[in-house]
Design a binder for this molecule. Structure first.
Ligand SMILES: Nc1ncnc2c1ncn2[C@@H]1O[C@H](COP(=O)(O)OP(=O)(O)OP(=O)(O)O)[C@@H](O)[C@H]1O
Length: 511
């Protein structure tokens, strides 16, 4: 936990904050205080109002009349919040997607986050920019040079660059508020702990941090205080030291998590066989997946995990090697071939890649199986809506009804809709890339149960996840990709987070 810097009052005080959207009250009379030097976690289920609160604090949305936001000495009516006011008060947000440019250097990324250092004539003053970047690299302890391209950095270091860029104009004495929205969602475990250590150091320097995450272990590990939202209402603010994971779940869901033991069936026939497949950074991988199996793929970012899924789905051709599906040679030229063969892919960036934001939830769920809804030469609206409502219920999607447009849903609820679409197709082979990213604790276990249920019915599933605890929990076997190869396969008692971490990094131990 961070050392507190003593300060008179809270750094941030939100009072009587309400935000109404047509048909939804996203926040209802919220009061919240955050102190300097405090890591304050904000938790809540999908659609509970976390993003809405962040967007008001950063001036993207305005609150309803009556709410007041105070940041440091700046006091603003919530209805008058603007990005300029928020920036002026020192509010900086680092989103999960970081908003960085991979093909630009650290210095160039810093420059794009503020005014370029310019000579009088208007040209970029590279010497000044590089010097300033060097200072930032030192201050934020980033392992890079000003000229290093972001692409060459680990995901953790990229996150640090994004944070340093956000705070670059702040000087040595941190004021304002740093908001981190799911900062570790795509970080491997060892980089998560490095980032958390760094955040603790920023906080002990006096930085106020609002930390939004669905990862409960991190919240327990890093935060001083936890505020929980449920359906737009602040349940309360608590000392983290008084909470454990079950306590947090209670706060988020208003009840304990129902855990059912996942039913398994013995592996059946081989569904998919890969023979010496070369794709992306992978030089040669061979494996089989059988009916009833949930097989995990572990590897660091850039290890070829996602490329492998996309190759099986026909999105990326293999450079060499072959695939077999149910014993027959399988050469998908495009995704359509894979879908026809009974393969479903839930991509990592599912909302950007696979969602129709200005269409209703029901249509988003029904789209791949649209032929099912033809009745006497017409598409049956009623059946689509019925399927949509059933999908919403099964996946705990929170929205006014199945006709609500996807754009009006919270991020996590959009994710659930795309998952509902593919799982309701009853595929033969299910390919899932980070299936629970951004999804709340209640729906997370539900999703894994649905995956397990699909495999009990005879399907096979291949799952990529950077949360190794989760991978260990759901998978029967785990394939570890490292340096372009299938480094090893973990089975039985070796399917645990510690072993998966060891093998992806090859720390100690022999293979
Ligand atoms: N632009 C909008 N129009 C209408 N309703 C919206 C809009 N943005 C958010 N909402 C609604 O406000 C509520 C709160 O959404 P918000 O995005 O703040 O949730 P969240 O806690 O961030 O969820 P998640 O964990 O899924 O990201 C939800 O019911 C959502 O459907």
């Amino acid at each position: 936990m961070s050392e507190h810097v003593v300060s008179a009052g809270p750094r941030v005080a939100v009072s009587s904050l309400t935000k109404t959207f047509p048909g939804t009250v996203a926040l209802r009379d919220v009061d919240l205080e955050i102190r300097a030097g405090e890591i304050h976690a904000l938790v809540g289920g999908n659609g509970s109002g976390k993003s809405t609160l962040i967007k008001i604090l950063s001036g993207v949305y305005q609150g309803d009349p009556g709410g007041v936001v105070r940041i440091g000495d700046v006091v603003v009516d919530a209805e008058s919040m603007t990005p300029e006011v928020a920036r002026g008060a020192g509010v900086h947000v680092v989103h999960q997607d970081l908003g960085i440019f991979l093909d630009l250097s650290v210095a160039e990324n810093m420059a794009l986050g503020s005014e370029y250092d310019r000579h009088k004539v208007g040209a970029i003053d590279w010497r000044a920019l590089n010097q300033r970047t060097r200072d930032l690299i030192k201050r934020f302890e980033i392992d890079a040079r000003p000229s290093t391209l972001l692409r060459e950095l680990s995901q953790g270091a990229r996150t640090q660059v994004a944070i340093a860029r956000a705070l670059q104009l702040q000087g040595e004495d941190p004021g304002g508020l740093l908001i981190l929205d799911e900062p570790t969602a795509s970080l491997p475990e060892h980089e998560v702990s490095l980032l958390l250590d760094q955040l603790r150091r920023y906080a002990s320097n006096g930085q106020a941090i609002l930390y939004v995450s669905h990862r409960l272990d991190e919240i327990i590990a890093i935060s001083d205080k936890v505020s929980a939202l449920r359906d737009g209402v602040l349940v309360g603010t608590f000392d983290t030291s008084d909470l454990d994971e079950n306590g947090l779940i209670q706060l988020i869901l208003g009840k304990s998590l129902e855990t059912t033991t996942l039913e398994k069936r013995p592996p059946g026939n081989v569904v998919l066989g890969a023979d010496r497949v070369a794709v992306g950074p992978l030089r040669e991988v061979s494996f089989d997946i059988r009916e009833g199996e949930v097989v995990g793929i572990a590897g660091l970012l850039g290890s070829g995990r996602s490329e492998l899924l996309r190759c099986i789905f026909g999105d990326i051709p293999a450079r060499r090697g072959s695939l077999r599906l149910d014993g027959r040679e399988f050469r998908p030229r495009e995704a359509k071939d894979a879908i026809r063969a009974g393969i479903a892919l839930v991509p990592e960036n599912r909302v950007q890649e696979a969602a129709f934001l200005d269409h209703p939830i029901a249509d988003n769920i029904a789209i791949p199986a649209i032929s099912r809804y033809w009745r006497r030469g017409r598409i049956s609206r009623r059946d689509i809506d019925r399927a949509g409502a059933a999908g919403m219920k099964k996946f705990l999607v929170k929205a006014t009804n199945e006709r609500a447009h996807l754009a009006t849903l919270s991020g996590g609820n959009q994710q659930k809709v795309v998952l509902a679409r593919w799982l309701s197709l009853r595929p033969r082979l299910l390919l899932l890339d980070e299936p629970t990213q951004g999804v709340d604790v209640g729906a997370r276990s539900e999703i894994y149960q649905l995956i397990r249920r699909a495999t009990t019915d005879g399907a096979a599933a291949l799952v990529v996840a950077s949360d190794f605890e989760e991978l260990a929990q759901v998978c029967d076997r785990v394939l570890v990709l490292r340096r372009g190869e299938l480094a090893c396969e973990l089975t039985g008692d070796d399917v645990n987070a510690h072993k998966i971490t060891q093998m992806t990094h090859r720390i100690g131990d022999t293979e």
